[in-house]
Design a protein around this ligand. Structure first.
Ligand code: NDP
Ligand code: 8X3
Length: 255
């Protein structure tokens, strides 16, 4: 087992999770990579080893499954229990519909993943951090956790919950001392909109046309900024928007 610091990234198979894995691997972390798609995680682990000599442990896990989350963390090899950084990133929007027409299955998926899944992982990882006497949790929220927009109802509610949990965790965990930071992005082009629109890639593309959206690397760099501050500094939260998106519901697009 190497002596590098260990970070756990949920939602490591795409988008912001992949970009964060690269930046942490480049900064001498070994990585516990969590998501449901095994092929994507295996490919990422291989790339990280070749590019950065980073050791990865991949775990195929649906964060909505409480029992599986507990077992996965409990059954980590001893050398991997020293998790110092947790990136709570796994999450999604499913659908975009007014409250009276929303699909209740979409609502369940978002609440179970974005809120309950984040809690299950956090509940199982924080005791390891406390035992190790240090830690830093990065919660990936959203501008949707700061504002609400038409048809975003339940997704916005889940991200407001992440915002509240981020503040609450910080109060509870500062004594150990464990840092807690939220990163709240605006529009980042990833698989996010393809997932939101249930695989409709053409509709997803329209979300990002006519303006310069953020890319996953922009968010990974902000995460690294928060992680690389000295021990006495905690970045409580950062809201990061495309310049053309001053608030959640306004995007200045060129014709
Ligand atoms: P992607 O769809 O590209 O990536 C989402 C990741 O979450 C994937 O790795 C996916 O892996 C994982 N995931 C989803 N559901 C589960 C689950 N039940 N169990 C385990 N892993 C899961 O989107 P982004 O990278 O954009 O999203 C990352 C985070 O950033 C999310 O929390 C999102 O809400 C947030 N965000 C995104 C913004 C954007 O505009 N893109 C803006 C603001 C916040 P797999 O499918 O393999 O399980
Ligand atoms: C994703 C950004 O604006 O679609 O969280 O809610 S937004």
């Amino acid at each position: 087992m190497s002596t590098k610091r260990i970070a756990c990234i949920t939602g490591a198979s795409a988008g912001i999770g992949v970009a964060t894995a690269h930046i942490l691997a480049a900064n001498e972390f070994d990585l516990l990579l969590i998501a449901r798609r095994e092929d994507k995680l295996a490919l990422l682990a291989d790339t990280l080893y070749k590019q950065y000599n980073c050791n990865s442990l991949i775990r195929i896990l649906d964060v909505r499954n409480r029992l599986d989350v507990t077992q996965t963390i409990e059954q980590l090899p001893e050398g991997w229990k020293g998790i110092e950084v947790l990136i709570n990133n796994a999450g999604l929007a499913s659908g975009l519909a007014p409250i009276e027409k929303g699909d209740i299955d979409d609502w369940d998926v978002m609440i179970d993943t974005n809120v309950k899944g984040l809690l299950y992982v956090t509940r199982n990882v924080t005791p390891l951090m406390i035992a190790n006497g240090k830690g830093h949790i990065i919660n990936i929220g959203s501008i949707a956790g700061k504002e609400v927009y038409a048809n975003g109802n339940v997704y916005c509610a889940t991200k407001h919950a992440v915002d509240a949990l981020n503040k609450a965790m910080r109060i509870d965990l500062a004594q150990y001392p464990i840092k807690v930071t939220a990163i709240h992005p605006g529009a980042v082009e990833t698989e996010f909109s393809i997932v939101r629109f249930h695989g409709d890639a053409e509709r997803a593309k329209t979300v990002y046309t006519g303006f310069e959206n953020l890319v996953a690397q922009d968010i990974a760099e902000a995460i690294w900024f928060a992680l690389s501050r000295p021990p006495h500094i905690n970045i409580n939260e950062l809201t990061i928007m495309p310049t053309a998106q001053p608030i959640a519901s306004v995007i200045h697009r060129k014709a």
